[in-house]
Design a protein around this ligand. Sequence first.
Ligand SMILES: Nc1nc2c(c(=O)[nH]1)N[C@H]1C(S)=C(S)[C@@H](COP(=O)(O)O)O[C@H]1N2
Ligand SMILES: [Mo]
Length: 550
Amino acid sequence: MSTHNRRRTLGFLTLSAAAGVISGLVFLAAAELTALLIARESSPLVAVGSFVIDIVPRPLKEFAITTFGAYDKIVLLGSLGLAVVIAAALAGVVQYLRPPLGVIAMGIAGALALAAIVTRAGATPLAFIVPVVGAVAGAVMLHLIVRRLRAWRDAVSAGGAEPDRRAVSDREPHEDQGAEGAAVATPATVATPATVGRRRFLALAGITGAAALVVGVGARVVSAATSSIDAARKALRLPAPRTTVAIPPDAELSIPGLSPLVTPNADFYRVDTALTVPSVDPGTWRLTVTGMVDSPVQLSFDDLVGMGVDEYAITMTCVSNEVGGPLLGNAIWLGVPVRDVLAKAGVQSGADMVLSRSVDGFTASTPLESLTDQGLDAILAVGMNGEALPVEHGFPVRMVVPGLYGYVSATKWLTELKVTTFAADQAYWTPRGYSDRAPIKLSSRVDTPRSGVPVPAGTVPIAGMAWAQTVGIDRVEVSIDDAPWQPATLSTPLNADTWVQWHMDWDATPGVHYVAVRATDKNGMLQIEDRAPIAPNGSSGWQRQLITVS
Ligand SMILES: Nc1nc2c(c(=O)[nH]1)N[C@H]1C(S)=C(S)[C@@H](COP(=O)(O)O)O[C@H]1N2
Ligand SMILES: [Mo]
């Protein structure tokens, strides 16, 4: 084969891959539109993503959470999107070389999406229509676009030596017909069957691709914007708190790069086992208190907030937070003590655990005494930092328990409290390699200077956070380049359940330095120096941060 012919063949193959990608877009756009119209929550990409989450092994899940944090789902959807693009391109090539193999591949993709969608918990009866419409639309367009591509190729081949080079290779270095525009304008070129074939292909592929993008993105945007749960949340009026959290003047050190004392909702870390955020209508929401109780209780949202709400400042921490990591946040929650709700049902003797359940199937095992102790403010939260609980953070009701990692206490989209025993029941993460009980480990972190961001020599503030929920931080110490530990200045704590800020001025000299930090709690317990991984019950170790001074 001549170089010219080889290049032409390659050009057509590339275009067939593009035809496949465009047909894949048609598949997704048609499915999104159908989902919007008849079966919300049935997006094929989301369903397949959820399916993947359920089957990926634990170490991979951990890797995703610790590496990408709140972005883990975006990374998953991105990788999935890339896989879909590659598969669609291959379907295009196959359809071009051996029709109707590409169309058959599209049908198989539809069947896989169908399987993922109908096996989701909460799939609606009409959900099966979504992947079927998508696959049919994608397959039909693949057939039509590739048919035009083949017709164009046949015309080019029939034209023998007539080289329609521009068509198959826009990067032809020796364009013998002059400038790009000129080649198209030449009447002789316009008249050939090859050029007509090219135009017919490009027109169909271009219009289809643009239409699929507009429809697909449009359907997603409309679907998100008209989500009824957002409207319900905005319409919700919470009662005013009986007591509020007072922020003392020195609670917040103003140091650039230091985390704020209260984490804004938009910046609050997120950890979910579910790919899509559950939609729970506060109007139909019910909490049941079951298990080892004198009389089971059912509460509506109004019943719950009718018990009276107060503000509580509590710092939440994820067991997956590595030393120095970002998976913790502090909020002013609005809520009702769990002990008051349990008291309505009457806890029977012998119980030692409450298994809290979410609508999405997640469960947490919380020691009973962490919920009933008069000195602990374990709450059912309905508000976060002055607004209703954000949908991603558990709207309308979640649990927040000071001093326990989120996976054993902070159930979002809460629906049931089962009073039981550790012997009788297990929570979601227990069979997956995590402890059934998990108090938060006393820890501290450097926020600024950040490693990899050089600072100029001179006086440099070193600052960060330290936390020992339910006990409180007594002391934070800093050591630079293994010099003796020096005490840092602490912010005024809000209470024992929240983190404190610390800072120290450092006379930085040019070069590479290490800054280490460790905290001591109000019981006199020193932060554990030995490094431990996040499983089974949380990381430990002193953060030692490399800092470059220029
Ligand atoms: N329903 C549900 N609740 C959940 C989880 C979850 O995956 N599903 N994750 C838990 C974990 S591991 C943590 S650390 C906290 C995180 O809460 P956030 O996403 O509001 O920060 O929620 C807890 N509650
Ligand atoms: Mo967590």
